[in-house]
Design a protein around this ligand. Sequence first.
Ligand code: E4P
Length: 246
Amino acid sequence: MGLMEGETVDIFLDTANLDEIKRWLEYGLLDGVTTNPTVMLKDGGYDMEERAREIARLVGPRPVSVEVTTDDPAQMLQQAHRIASWSPNIVVKIPVVTERGQPCLGVVRDLELAGVRVNMTACLSFGQAILGAKAGATYVSIFAGRVADEGHDAAALIREVIDWLGRWGSRTRVIAGSIREAVNIKDAAVAGAHVITVPPAFLEKFVDHRYSRDTVRGFNEDAARALARMEELQAIAVRAGGEARR
Ligand code: E4P
C-alpha cells in the first residue's frame, strides 16, 4: 500500500555516526536510523552492540535497523533474537539471500511470527521485495543505487513494488536505500517509497543550495544597509532638532 492521505514519507538516517544522528534529530525530521556492518565499520561502531544500543537510546521510540553478521540462516535466527533484545525499537536486518543464494525468507517469517520486526535487506529486484512482503517483513529495503549500478530503473522498481503491495493490502513498508545522489531522494519519494534512508551527507546536500545562500546574504546585506540608513536619518533628525532649538 502506498502512502495514505496525510501521510508523509519517512526519513531515516543511514548512519552509525552519533553526532549526525543527534544533529538531525534536533531538526525534528528524523523518523528512524538504518545501519549495516559496512556503515558500522565506517562510523567507528566496531562494538556493534554498544553502538546499536546507543543509537536506539538516542532515537527511541523510532526504529533502528541493525543487521545480522552471519551467513548461516540458523545462526541468523539466534543472532536476530539477541540483537532484538538490546532495545524494543531495534528492527533486525535479514538479507534476502545468503552469499550462496539461499533464501532467508524462513528466517524473516519465523522472526516476525515471534514478534521481532524485520527489515529484509539487500533487495535488488521486484521478486525479492514482493516475497519479503509475503514472508511478513515489516520493511523491505530496495537498494536503489545498486539497482541503478546494474543498469536498471530504481524508481520504476520502487513504483511497481508499491503498486503490488497496495493491491494486496500488504502492510510491509518499502525503504529506499543505497542513496548515491541527492536527486535519488526525490526520485524515491516521487516513486512512492514509504521510507527513504539517507546518508547524512546527502541530506545536507538536499537542504543546501548555493543560490539560497546568496539570496539570504543579499537580504542580510540589505537589512544592514536599511539599519545604517535609519541611523543616519535619526542622526540628521537629532541634528536638525538641535539647530532649530538654537
Ligand atoms: C540501508 O539500509 C542500506 O544498508 C544502505 O543504504 C546500503 O547502501 P550502499 O548500497 O551504499 O551500501
